[in-house]
Ligand binder design. Structure first.
Ligand code: KIV
Length: 306
């Protein structure tokens, strides 16, 4: 018998860690991708501020605003039935004060329909984390490489490689766990450090570039689907290479349009046959006058099938 799929909540994620079942998370930024990721059965969808790079084309995530995040979160939330929906808090939306952090998080929940928020940083963020969780909003932490700190770090660099640096990342993870996060993203740290953190905290860790001993994994959707042929960091596995496939599909479309082999009659509409006077029954006549003149045939229904 097929088991019914259930909505994933923060309780489900906590249970996954207890039972040793790995958590799968991916990013999405729009309804179409969210629908596909949800259909694939991922546990969580992150509306990452990585959208600054992969959607907006910036070099980093710093330009992303709270309004951008609310907009993309609402697109994703609308199309997601089962996965847990987490929205990134963008740079500048939680750094000023715990009050500002709460106000921003509330907007992501109320206007974006997120179920939780994620913010970057360690010990320096515990006040913001406490304030947001006190407002009944679950917070996901994010330590190790924190891309919003790119200028302080001096680039996107692996973190925690020396003993001293590893201890700092470890202490940050303990601090955010203690402050009440329900999960922690570990980004670009050595795998043994990620394992040490995962064993030390009771909440699930979700790794990206942090090895296999985390309680779950996350990847940026366009990266794991291979949209960008040139992007080949060591941590990334491309589970498809859709970039070249998209280019050749669009080239084929262009060729067919230019040689007029698309559209054929199969993809075209025909006019309606005109009726002889007096043939129309009364009900049809009344309907037509209510709708006005012209063809009222639906192009597609809400399920998009013809
Ligand atoms: O913004 C993002 O997509 C992220 C993930 C890479 C964890 O923070």
């Amino acid at each position: 018998m097929k088991t019914q799929r259930r909505k994933i909540t923060i309780r489900t994620l906590a249970a996954r860690k207890r039972k040793g079942i790995p958590i799968t998370m991916v990013t999405a930024y729009d309804a179409t991708m969210a629908r596909l990721m949800d259909a694939a059965g991922v546990d969580a969808i992150l509306i990452g501020d990585s959208l600054g790079m992969v959607v907006q084309g910036h070099e980093h995530t710093l330009e992303v605003t709270l309004e951008h995040m609310i907009y993309h979160t609402s697109c994703v939330a609308r199309a997601t039935k089962f996965a847990h929906v987490v929205a990134d808090m963008p740079f500048g939306s939680y750094h000023v004060s715990p009050q500002q952090a709460v106000t921003s998080a509330i907007r992501l929940i109320k206007e974006g329909s997120a179920e939780a928020v994620k913010l970057e940083g360690g010990a320096e963020r515990v006040d913001a984390i406490r304030a947001i969780t006190e407002a009944q909003i679950p917070v996901m932490g994010h330590v190790g490489l924190t891309p919003q700190s790119v200028h302080r770090i001096g680039g996107f660099r692996i973190q925690g490689r020396t003993d001293k640096a590893a201890d700092r990342v470890f202490e940050d993870a303990l601090a955010v766990a203690e402050a009440g996060v329900y999960s922690i993203v570990l980004e670009s740290i050595p795998h043994d450090l990620a394992e040490r953190i995962s064993n030390a905290v009771s909440v699930p860790t979700i790794g990206i570039g942090a090895g296999s001993r985390c309680d779950g994994q996350v990847l940026v959707c366009y990266d794991m689907l291979g949209f960008d042929e040139a992007f080949e960091p060591r941590f990334l596995k491309k589970f498809a290479r859709l970039g070249p496939q998209i280019v050749s599909a669009v080239q084929a479309y262009g060729d067919e349009v230019r040689e007029r082999s698309f559209p054929t009659l199969e993809h075209s509409f025909e006019g309606l046959q005109s009726e002889k006077p007096g043939e129309k029954n009364q009900a049809e006549g009344a309907q037509e006058s209510a709708e006005g003149e012209g063809d009222q045939t639906a192009l597609y229904n809400s399920g998009k099938s013809a």
